[in-house]
Design a protein. Structure first.
Ligand SMILES: Nc1ncnc2c1ncn2[C@@H]1O[C@H](COP(=O)(O)OP(=O)(O)OP(=O)(O)O)[C@@H](O)[C@H]1O
Ligand SMILES: O=C(O)[C@H](O)[C@@H](O)[C@H](O)[C@H](O)CO
Length: 163
């Protein structure tokens, strides 16, 4: 691992496993975990729950909050789950941080992820929004990319090896 206390963003579309993998990775690395979903304003959560995808304007303030969180945690390190779908969103997350952030991209196909969303219970995000998540996604070129089709433990060990 390059840095002792890294800031690691676990990114990908809804249902790719950001919360599941992020929490486990945080345990393994003894770092705190923050779920980007908890930083959305209420209006964003309501919009998604009502079946409407967020747009760039909706995401702006949310990404700025997560950027501030990353700055605040730059000494201690942290694992942050955030969809970070577009290149320009990832640029917002990096603002004002000298050291390059680590992005881990959880890669899965529409069918693989839809299969999991269909089974997931008690979550505000409707599976119908997965199409727009994929349409918005700009696959990162310089992220640690791991297939979601392994056990969470295996995914985490692959990430740790790649860091
Ligand atoms: N590697 C895995 N193998 C099997 N099931 C998994 C794996 N990773 C996650 N899951 C399951 O897939 C579903 C989606 O995972 P999770 O909620 O962590 O995704 P997410 O990216 O955080 O979603 P969202 O962005 O919508 O909050 C959950 O039901 C979770 O238990
Ligand atoms: O950028 C986005 O569209 C949002 O962040 C979504 O990805 C949700 O927060 C999350 O995935 C739902 O659980």
């Amino acid at each position: 691992m390059k840095s002792k206390n890294p800031i690691i963003f676990v990114m990908g579309v809804s249902g790719s496993g950001k919360s599941t993998i992020g929490k486990l990775l945080a345990e393994e690395l003894n770092l705190s975990f923050y779920d980007g979903d908890d930083y959305h304003p209420e209006a964003n959560v309501k919009k998604m729950a009502d079946g409407h995808p967020l747009d760039d304007d909706d995401r702006q303030g949310w990404l700025e909050r997560l950027n501030l969180l990353a700055i605040e945690k730059s000494e201690d390190g942290a694992i942050i789950a955030c969809s970070a779908l577009k290149n320009k969103y990832r640029t917002i997350l990096q603002n004002g941080i000298e050291e390059k952030l680590n992005f881990v991209y959880l890669q899965g196909t529409f069918e693989e992820i839809m299969g999991r969303l269909a089974l997931r219970k008690n979550h505000f995000m409707p599976p119908e929004l997965l199409h727009s998540q994929f349409n918005t996604l700009e696959v990162p070129e310089d992220a640690i990319t791991v297939s979601i089709m392994h056990t969470p433990e295996k995914i985490v060990s692959k990430i740790i090896k790649a860091l």
